[in-house]
Design a binder for this molecule. Structure first.
Ligand code: C5P
Length: 400
């Protein structure tokens, strides 16, 4: 897929090199077009290094125009993406003017156009910007985000540029382009998040899992071209673009949803924190308090991971071992007991593991292991998916 990536002058432009990498790892060719103010935030040297192509910015650059004119560039694009898109560039596109190379390409292209706005939250909520957003959407331009959160100006609100990985995923998803990655054409089923085991109509047993690791793994697998089915317990996370998400609550529902889709899967990754026990029966009415103490009888939940690994034609099966102590020893025990191809061990509790944005992990397999230093869950997910793909193909070639 040919992407014309327009970069306009907002502080989020510092994320542009990462966005280029996320687009290129999915197989895109990226031609960067900067506005004059973008160059205040990110150097053309950095952008040229990551994109592998000279940067275009000037409509009147005779040499560049001779090589590929702005009209040819507009035709070359399968999609025009502007990230970050400032309030100013949005307004310029709405006006229909073409004072610079980027807006000229927007007028001259027949390819879909996507904008990832990034600006101070007051600028974003300003009536003028909102009216411009409305016009752009009515014209069929895709608006990606913005996200809500802390901003470079020190304030908090709506106006943050979406993360580069989410933008790259959204662009591939909206164009329907095939991602050319390590897992192209492979079906990967992933469980994520906690489960909820009902006690009565208003109460349940659950755990501290946020689902962040499983969702990051799902995005990383999709970024490598996999067809991902994400079976998710209750979480507070946005559905990743281009991924089929099946929402469940209980361990039993997660078990059934998994077995409904697992038959033709190549890889199964169990990142969910599934309850080991659930109440023996769900009380129909809300339980009233009576005595000083009460007993709750619990029974075992089905072990989804072990049940998939035991299938006669099991996919390549990856488990997680979240432990508070003896992390590696317990994980190796699980690898063998559950007959897994790979297990990812990580420490939880005491400010690590659950409900955080970073993680530390060790991957273990029958004859080896590899440790990953602490990094963001999305970086870790990318590395884990590469490792999973490498082992998956090694096992398959040994089988044939
Ligand atoms: O045995 P333990 O629960 O510690 O194993 C953790 C691994 O097993 C994780 O990959 C988790 O997703 C999976 N699991 C499961 N079904 C359960 C319990 C755990 O799939 N009922």
């Amino acid at each position: 897929m040919n992407v014309v990536l327009g970069i306009s002058g907002g502080i989020a432009a510092y994320k542009a090199p990462d966005l280029v990498r996320r687009l290129r790892e999915r197989g895109a060719d990226v031609q960067i077009v900067t506005t004059a103010s973008a160059e205040e935030f990110v150097t053309s040297t950095a952008l040229q290094a990551v994109s592998g192509r000279p940067i275009r910015s000037n409509l009147w650059d005779k040499e560049a125009e001779a090589a590929m004119s702005h009209i040819e560039l507009a035709r070359w694009a399968d999609v025009v993406l502007i990230a970050p898109a400032t309030a100013e560039v949005m307004a310029r596109i709405v006006s229909g003017g073409a004072p610079d190379l980027l807006t000229t390409i927007c007028l001259a292209t027949e390819a879909p156009i996507a904008l990832a706005p990034a600006m101070n939250h007051v600028m974003w909520s300003n009536q003028a910007t909102q009216a411009n957003r409305d016009v752009l959407e009515k014209r069929g331009i895709h608006i990606l985000g913005p996200g809500i959160g802390s901003q470079a100006c020190g304030e908090t609100g709506a106006g943050r540029m979406l993360e580069p990985d989410a933008i790259a995923a959204a662009v591939f998803s909206l164009t329907g382009a095939q991602i050319d990655g390590l897992l192209k054409g492979r079906k990967v089923v992933i469980t994520a998040g906690p489960t909820r085991e009902a006690i009565d109509p208003v109460r349940y047993i659950t755990n501290r899992s946020s689902g962040k690791m499983g969702y990051a793994i799902a995005s990383a697998a999709a970024a490598q071209g996999a067809d991902v089915v994400l079976i998710s317990g209750p979480v507070n996370l946005a559905e990743p673009p281009g991924i089929e998400v099946i929402k469940v609550e209980s361990a039993q529902q997660m078990y059934e949803a998994t077995h409904n889709v697992i038959r033709d899967a190549d890889i199964f990754i169990a990142a969910a924190a599934v309850a080991d026990y659930r109440p023996a029966s769900v009380v129909a009415q809300k339980i009233k308090k009576k005595d000083e103490a009460m007993r709750l009888e619990l029974v075992r939940c089905p072990d989804i991971l072990a049940s998939v690994a035991a299938l006669p034609t099991a996919p390549f099966t990856v488990g997680f071992a979240a432990e508070t102590d003896k992390v590696i020893e317990y994980a190796r025990g699980k690898l063998e007991k559950k007959k897994l191809d790979l297990i990812i061990a990580n420490r939880v509790g005491d400010n690590c593991g659950f409900d955080r944005d970073d993680n530390t992990a060790t991957a273990l397999w029958q004859n080896g292991e590899q440790s990953f230093p602490t990094c963001s869950k999305s970086d870790l997910a990318r590395e884990l998916i590469e490792l999973v793909a490498q082992h998956f193909y090694a096992v398959r070639s040994a089988d044939t």
